[in-house]
Design a protein around this ligand. Structure first.
Ligand SMILES: [Zn+2]
Length: 157
């Protein structure tokens, strides 16, 4: 096994999934049920990924996992044309998605099913969570174009 190339975030791809530890176990357990959660603190702070302490107030005993709506907007993204591993199909889109609850998730964008090409994503695009099931019972969240009730205009050719 060679070390991953520098400059990439291997956890952002479907090719390398970090193991759960005692801090992230609850978050991963929820993914197995296709529930996207974020850590919230008694002080009102919300954060992701799960940490042992609150980055807002430093508390270690006030953190709980709260459900999210599973929606957000694209904060930034990169279209990857050269994968760090040859078995990863390209191009794919690595993105930071700002959840409706506030925290940012490092994730993937997928739009093939609805004709959204990798290069057609824009910052600010509304997205909804979808899930890629892993063999170990966990699942990886990724995001697809959101279907919003206020955006049902019909284009005429
Ligand atoms: Zn706090």
């Amino acid at each position: 096994m060679s070390a991953p190339t520098s400059g990439r975030a291997p956890e952002a791809t479907f090719g390398a999934v970090p193991p759960a530890d005692e801090v992230t176990a609850g978050w991963w357990r929820a993914t197995g049920e296709h529930r996207l959660t974020v850590q919230t603190c008694g002080c009102g702070h919300t954060q992701h990924p799960p940490r042992a302490l609150c980055t807002g107030c430093g508390a270690t005993d006030l953190l709980t996992l709260a459900p999210t709506e599973g929606t957000g907007v694209v904060d930034s993204f990169t279209v990857v044309h050269r994968a760090p591993r040859p078995d990863l199909p390209t191009p794919y889109v690595v993105a930071r998605v700002r959840l409706a609850e506030g925290p940012i998730l490092l994730t993937r964008l997928e739009g093939a099913g609805v004709g959204k090409e990798p290069d057609s994503w824009r910052i600010g695009d509304p997205v909804s969570v979808a899930w890629h099931d892993l063999d170990d019972g966990r699942a990886l969240p990724y995001f697809v174009p959101a279907v919003t009730g206020t955006d049902q205009h019909h284009r005429e050719a």
